[in-house]
Design a protein around this ligand. Structure first.
Ligand code: HEC
Length: 149
């Protein structure tokens, strides 16, 4: 290998590492949500009487990353090995940019290799029904509603 090609080789490796770094840090929620799921409106309504149940679920299974208040500052999220940090669910502008279907799909399937978010849908360790996940989507929406009032 000539001297020049070693330099070129190092430059190429540098570029690859650079690009991967950019790709990883800019990745957040899944962007591979099938179109028909993405545009699906939430088929359920979260009743007053159900709020406490989902509050407990969120506290027990989500808050370590998403924070009790939904701001994304859970203790696990602060851990340095989580490259993709949880979004701020109280940010009304951000949440308005996410469809119900996108939130649903992320909870259903988890983050895959994109982030630390576990899957909760059928077939996962949690095995939540789709109905339960749609209710959780409605619950997650409450964080932004509360902050915009
Ligand atoms: C181990 C950490 C972790 C746990 C536990 C976790 N999440 Fe996540 N979650 C993430 C990360 C990281 C993301 C990707 C960044 C983002 O979009 O918020 C994410 C994304 C999401 C999204 C998509 C938000 C968006 O930007 O579109 C929703 C909705 C969500 N999580 C809900 C939940 C719910 C509900 C639970 C509990 C049942 C939960 N998460 C548990 C880490 C976690």
């Amino acid at each position: 290998m000539s001297k020049l090609s070693i330099v070129e080789c190092l430059a190429a490796i540098g570029l690859i590492i650079g690009f991967t770094g950019i790709a990883c840090t800019s990745v957040s929620a899944r962007d591979d949500v099938p179109e028909e799921v993405k545009s699906r409106p939430n088929p359920v309504t979260l009743e007053e009487s159900e709020i406490r149940y989902y509050e407990r679920q969120f506290k027990g299974k989500c808050s370590r990353c998403h924070g009790i208040d939904g701001t994304g500052k859970g203790s696990d999220a602060e851990a340095s090995d989580q490259i993709v940090k949880p979004a701020n669910f109280t940010d009304a502008k951000y949440m308005a940019s996410r469809t119900d279907g996108q939130l649903f799909y992320q909870i259903l399937k988890g983050g895959g290799d994109r982030c630390a978010m576990p899957a909760f849908g059928p077939g996962s360790d949690h095995a939540w029904t789709e109905d339960k996940i749609w209710h959780m989507v409605a619950f997650v929406r409450r964080f932004a509603q509360a902050s915009s009032q």
